[in-house]
Design a protein around this ligand. Structure first.
Ligand SMILES: *Cc1c(COP(=O)(O)O)cnc(C)c1O
Length: 433
């Protein structure tokens, strides 16, 4: 199967090209030319399936044509070695915990799957692959962990000095092996500019096999469809309608939910939950799409003013009426989010992180519009201890930090300090030839 660009100005690419390049040359996003359906037998036997069976069958439905089945099976098993359990707060409100991977956030699903696919594709290449990733925190850690120890691939993480949390920094500066962290004297935008310039530099691109591990890579969407099916499987009462509530920033997670729906998952509606960066909820309400500079909030992984996956959502639902039929949007302030964190703790004894709390609020608002009960599945995108300061300050109590995170904080940071000038970065990269 081929993968076209949402801009439609380049010819379609193979899966290998789409994964290794990340972005089409016309700056669109890659999309599969056809989206198949899971067979009826899949749904009839769903209860008996393991998560690993589900992952393989969903992956096989989306990209199976492009890889031998044995390879895909192996790749999925290596990538998805942790579960996505559903915790029910009450009969209608369920939390899908997506934080059981190495870096305690849902980005582990996408990053690990992308790493396994790239590892497979790089086998026919003569040169090692160099991945450059600029991060404001979470993407860098998920990518670094995803690629750790993969032969013939080297990862360079660029991050702004003093602008990421201690936990985030430790997640990509203590790994060693094929992972190098560059601490840049500058902002996240400076880091991103360095990466962009590297891809435009003829000398670098001729001497090194460079790619990015961007969140818009098609290989990161595919594994995010797995856990929508896993969530549905775990619902006890499937006679009610199913609603997925997705705390959103770049809208990759929600787009993956739409893919799951296209292959046959019975979803009645998606609820797009955002913080003050409300570009998509506003679009759904007014029909005007107005991207803008992001504003900082306590759910900072969703501080996105120009959601990169909006192009894919538009491609899947070209007219506003279709999109409104399938997606409802709500936006909330930080103080509402803090109130929700307190409410979830008091009512249900559950500690929810600020991103999940935005989802909880959106579900409560949407629920009021319903005439009959439905199952609301709120995607809990990160473990609360990743945002320990905000959570403890809001709840007024200490929370339990998982042992794996505590160990991490004891490890020694190793990073290379660099200025934000391109020449220094280029010199660093050329030393890798
Ligand atoms: C990345 C991230 C999000 C936003 O996901 P998108 O796919 O960009 O919409 C939400 N919550 C957390 C914790 C994240 O790391």
């Amino acid at each position: 199967m081929l993968y076209y660009s949402t801009q439609g100005k380049t010819s379609p690419a193979s899966l290998k090209e789409a994964v290794m390049r990340g972005l089409p040359a016309d700056n669109g996003l890659f999309m599969p030319q056809r989206i198949g359906k899971l067979p009826l037998s899949f749904w009839q036997n769903l209860e008996k399936k393991s998560f690993s069976d589900i992952c393989f069958e969903v992956a096989n439905c989306l990209i199976g044509e492009d890889l031998p089945a044995g390879i895909l099976q192996n790749l999925v098993e290596k990538a998805i070695d942790f579960d996505a359990p559903l915790q029910s707060l009450n009969a209608d409100t369920h939390i899908l915990e997506l934080f059981h991977g190495n870096t305690f956030a849902f980005k582990d699903f996408g990053a690990r799957f992308m790493a396994q696919l790239m590892s497979y594709f790089v086998k026919d290449e003569k040169r090692p692959l160099h991945i450059l990733v600029a991060t404001s925190g979470d993407t860098g850690s998920a990518v670094a962990h995803g690629f750790l120890g993969i032969p013939n691939i080297f990862v360079t993480v660029l991050y702004p000095k003093g602008k990421v949390s201690e936990i985030q920094e430790k997640q990509f500066t203590t790994l060693g092996e094929n992972i190098t962290a560059l601490e840049i004297e500058g902002t996240f935008d400076d880091c991103q500019a360095l990466v962009k310039q590297a891809f435009l530099d003829k000398e670098l691109t001729s001497k090194l096999f460079l790619t990015s591990a961007n969140s818009i890579n098609i290989s990161r969407l595919v594994p995010q469809a797995f856990y929508y099916v896993r969530a549905y499987q775990q619902l006890i009462d499937k006679s009610k309608k199913t609603v997925f509530v997705v705390p959103s920033g770049n809208f990759g997670n929600l787009t993956a939910g739409i893919l799951a729906q296209k292959i046959g998952l019975p979803v009645d509606r998606f609820v797009a939950a955002t913080n003050a960066n409300a570009v998509v909820p506003e679009y759904l309400e007014t029909g005007n799409y107005k991207p803008r500079t992001s504003v900082p909030t306590i759910s900072n992984a969703m501080d996105v003013g120009n959601p990169s996956n909006f192009a894919r959502m538009n491609d899947l639902m070209p007219n506003l009426a279709d999109m409104k039929e399938n997606i409802v949007g709500y936006a909330f302030t930080d103080s509402e989010t803090r109130q929700a964190m307190i409410e979830v703790k008091q009512k249900f004894g559950y500690v929810i992180d600020p991103h999940g709390a935005v989802g909880y609020l959106a579900w409560k608002h949407y629920q009021k519009t319903l005439t009959e009960p439905a199952n609301g599945i709120i995607l809990e995108t990160a473990h609360p201890s990743k945002f320990v300061e905000t959570v403890e300050e809001t709840l007024g109590e200490k929370i339990t930090i998982p042992a794996k995170l505590q160990d991490l904080l004891k490890r020694t940071k190793k990073s290379i300090g660099l200025g934000k000038d391109f020449e220094g970065f280029k010199k660093f990269l050329l030393e890798k030839v």
